[in-house]
Structures are given as structure tokens and as C-alpha cells.
Design a protein around this ligand. Sequence first.
Ligand code: TRP
Length: 353
Amino acid sequence: MIGEKTMSENVSGDPQIQTQAEKKKVMLSGIQPSGDLHLGNYLGAIINWGARSDEFDCFYFMADLHTITVRQEPAKLRQRTLEQLALYIACGLDPEKNTLFIQSQVPAHAQLGWVLECYTQFGELSRMTQFKDKSEKHKDNINAGLFAYPSLMAADILLYRPDYVPVGEDQKQHVELTRNVAERFNSIYGDVFKIPEPYIAKTGARIYGLTTPDSKMSKSIPEGCVFLMDDPDTIARKFKRAVTDSDTERCVRFDRENKPGVSNLMNIYSTVTGKSFEEIEKEFEGKGYGVFKPAVGECVIDTLRPIREEASRIIKDKAYLESVYKNGAERASRVADRTLAKVYKKVGFVSLK
Ligand code: TRP
């Protein structure tokens, strides 16, 4: 029987970076193009990505294969995938320095996904909380893909031999399963897969919904969610309608527990401007929420304006966008195909070459 190792968690802002000009450490993450990107995605994650590209060899992909585990409108999925790619570039991810690609354009994902399904146990998949949640939500479509999704995610990861996999808290269980499947495979066939670590960055703000400051900003509550492609008027309106707290003091003070609405706005303001909570409290001393809320809106509008404009420009430049994803798919395939060939050989498939 194969022992299930527990994951040695790597909760850190900065993993140790080797000083020698040796091979860079590899980082990989996938993002589902299932909804429009919003301020929570940006301030919580994407904002940090550009800075990493000098230290790490980074792979970021649009996980479109994963997206169809829930029914999608084809034209929308296509548009969102391209828009997301354009937004990443507009947010500062340089496609020369990072490998940006679309998952379905690198066939090795689906190919290794199948192999790994045969090394993942029914019981393991049944314990995944995301599967339980999603099958609860989509009772009319509990398909095999939804169930086997973590095996595909394991393939996404293991193909690139990453050192770190930056994910949100909700995906930790899937990275742990990836490690278990990789160790199981290695224990049968030798040292095929590198065992990855999840990378849960401490940095990156956790942004809550403007109308529901108790839960994460989410596309499912659009009136409290600022989308990166929203125009300035829409953003201003959403901030004006942001929920503040009904406490009697009505002042701008950080208190996550008793003043979740104001604290969330302060967090947004602080992340965008770099000001500390104390500085913000001082700045708005004696001024009411009626001054504070539009001020937060303004700074978000100023931050998102160049991103939106650049993304709109890139989306229209079809030839450029195509060159980015073609190049990305080629670069990704070169790495992924090598791992896949090794796996195919190990399990006993007859090679064409
Ligand atoms: N499952 C992830 C999510 O739903 C997306 C994803 C797919 C992913 N493959 C991945 C994340 C590989 C990291 C690594 O958010």
C-alpha cells in the first residue's frame, strides 16, 4: 500500500530564491475563464504576478478544459478566454517573460489527464469539497468530468514540473491530491514526477463584496463586484452604493469584525494607494462615509483605467493576441510533451517514434 504523505505547507510571501544564475524555479497556475475578472482577482492575485517573472519561470494558463465541467455558452467561453489573456497582459504579465497559454491548445493536458484518472481513486475524488459543492449547485449536471477534474488538474501541474503552485485556499486540497497521485505513480515507476508545493502567498489582499462585506467579492453578486472592464461611471456607482456599517460612530476606522464594510473599503484603498490604515484614518478624520466612498471609487477608477484601455486595445489586435497564444502553446507543449512521452513509456504504450 502506498503511504499518503501529508503536505508540507509552504505558507510564505517569498520562497527562498537561489542566488546563483542556475535554473530558475518554476511556478505554474491555471485560472478558469468562467467569469469576468474582477477587482478581487486583481488585488488578491494578479497584481503580484508581474513582479515574479524575473525570479521564476512562470506558466499561467486559461483552464478552459476545466470550465466545461459546468455548462458554458460557447461564444462567451471563447470571448472570455481571449479577454482574460488580454487582461493578464494589460495587468503587466509580459508574454515574453511568462508562458501564457490556453489549456485546450496543449493536448498533453487531456492526454496525461486520462492516464492520471487511472491512478486516482474513486474514494479520493469523492472527498473533494469542490466536487461536493459544485454537484450540490448543479444537480442537473453532475458529469464525470466534474468528478475527475482533480486528475486533470494534477496533469496540468505535473506536466511542467513546477516547484510552486500558487493557488487560493480553496484549491489546496487539489494540490494535495496531486502530490498523492504523483507519489503513487513514482512509487510504481520510479522518479517520473516532481512533487510540487502549494504556494499560498501571504501578500495579496482579500477583497469582499461591496454589498456583502462578509463574503468574498464574487461575480455572482454583480452589483457588489467591480469588474476590470467596468467603465468609470459603473465603478463610481458601485462604490457609492457600497454597504457601510450601521454603527453609531460613523467614522473611517479599520475594524474587520464590527465594521466589515468600511474595513473592506479601507483595504481596497490601502492596496491601491499603498497608504497604511493609520494614514487613511487620518486622511478621512471628521469626514463621513459620503466623502470616503467616492474617494475609494476614484482611486479604483484611476487604477483600472489604463488596464481597461490596454486590454481593449489588445483584444482588437487579433493578430497580436494570436501570436501570443500560439507562441505560448508552443513553449508549453515543448515542456509538456517531454513529460507525457516519459509517462507513456513508463506505463507501456508503444511509441510512434
Ligand atoms: N482548479 C483551479 C480553479 O478552479 C484552476 C486550475 C486548473 C488550476 N488547473 C490548475 C490551478 C493547475 C492551479 C494549477 O481555480
